[in-house]
Write a protein that binds this ligand. Structure first.
Ligand SMILES: NC(=O)c1ccc[n+]([C@@H]2O[C@H](COP(=O)([O-])OP(=O)(O)OC[C@H]3O[C@@H](n4cnc5c(N)ncnc54)[C@H](OP(=O)(O)O)[C@@H]3O)[C@@H](O)[C@H]2O)c1
Length: 268
């Protein structure tokens, strides 16, 4: 049995990718895990790999009442809640001018309001146990990135929310952390939206390295164990951000990203 024995976790986005891999790893370490997403069959398949440690919770994170009910159901079955990992999210890659306001609203509804709903529902229980709240953000929520203006701004909003919540919760002993990965090898690549709200016919080719999901799981578990305020993949990027701010103004944030995303040579 691992070091999460006796703990109860709730993971949104547990039917796929980062949420699913985190749920499996937590169950392996002894936690009981509430698996929340919309696709029941996918959640049941994850639960079937968890030796009775997984509880399937079918809900859409944009539906506040459904989230409240599902969290209440989890707590009534398990007696409490120690950890939230809010990983449910959708992606969009498109220039801002090509993105409709309906699509922008949808991204904010799922990525930002979805996390708000689950955080509101989980917080009273996590407070009782001085547990952990973790939001899965993105490096595009730390560094403005061309064609991720809308997706990135949903993650910047999450970062702001969780950074402030971390300070508000300090005296209560609740840990609040943000996990921000670069591009990760998950099924998300096949559902990235265009500006018109339809999925890209061909998954956009990541302009930077694609990281394995296992690297993310390791970082998320360490973030929780050490009660850190943030973790990133790749880890070295934090030093690039610091250098960018202090020593190399505009180099990483402008020239490098313009080069990688094919914006060099265009009019500024
Ligand atoms: N993969 C990357 O390159 C990458 C990079 C940076 C950050 N991230 C972030 O990491 C998180 C997980 O992404 P992933 O790569 O693991 O993607 P994924 O494999 O596509 O998984 C996304 C998960 O979110 C759930 N979800 C989506 N909309 C939902 C809704 N309205 N209500 C409830 N659940 C919903 C999906 O479940 P259902 O479809 O069953 O509802 C699925 O379980 C996201 O927040 C994403 O923004 C990913």
């Amino acid at each position: 049995m691992g070091n999460l024995s006796g703990k109860v976790a709730l993971i949104t986005g547990a039917s796929s990718g980062i949420g699913k891999a985190t749920a499996l790893a937590m169950a392996e370490q002894g936690a009981t895990v509430g698996l929340l997403a919309r696709r029941q069959d996918a959640l049941e398949s994850v639960a079937s790999q968890m030796g009775g440690k997984g509880l399937v919770l079918v809900a859409d994170v944009t539906d506040e009442n459904a989230i409240q009910e599902n969290v209440a159901q989890l707590v009534s079955k398990t007696g409490g809640l120690d950890i939230l990992v809010a990983a449910a999210g959708i992606s969009l890659k498109a220039p801002f001018v090509e993105t409709t306001t309906d699509t922008i609203r949808r991204i904010m509804e799922v990525n930002y309001m979805g996390t708000v709903h689950v955080t509101k529902a989980a917080l009273p229980h996590i407070r009782e146990r001085k547990g952990s709240l973790v939001a899965v953000s993105s490096l595009t929520g730390r560094q403005a990135t061309p064609e991720y203006s809308v997706y990135g701004s949903s993650k910047f909003a999450l970062q702001g929310l969780y950074d402030a919540l971390r300070i508000e919760m300090l005296r209560e002993g609740v840990h609040v952390g943000v996990f921000s990965p670069g591009f990760v090898d998950t099924p998300l690549r096949y559902s990235v939206l265009q500006g018109n709200g339809l999925v890209h016919e061909k998954p956009p080719v990541p302009p930077l390295r694609l990281w394995p999901v296992e690297t993310c799981v390791k970082k998320i578990l360490e973030l929780i164990r050490k009660r850190k305020k943030e973790a990133m993949v790749p880890g070295f990027v934090r030093y690039l951000f610091a250098l960018n701010d202090l020593v190399l103004p505009d180099w990483v944030s402008d020239y490098y990203l313009r080069y990688k995303f094919g914006y060099l040579g265009r009019n500024r």
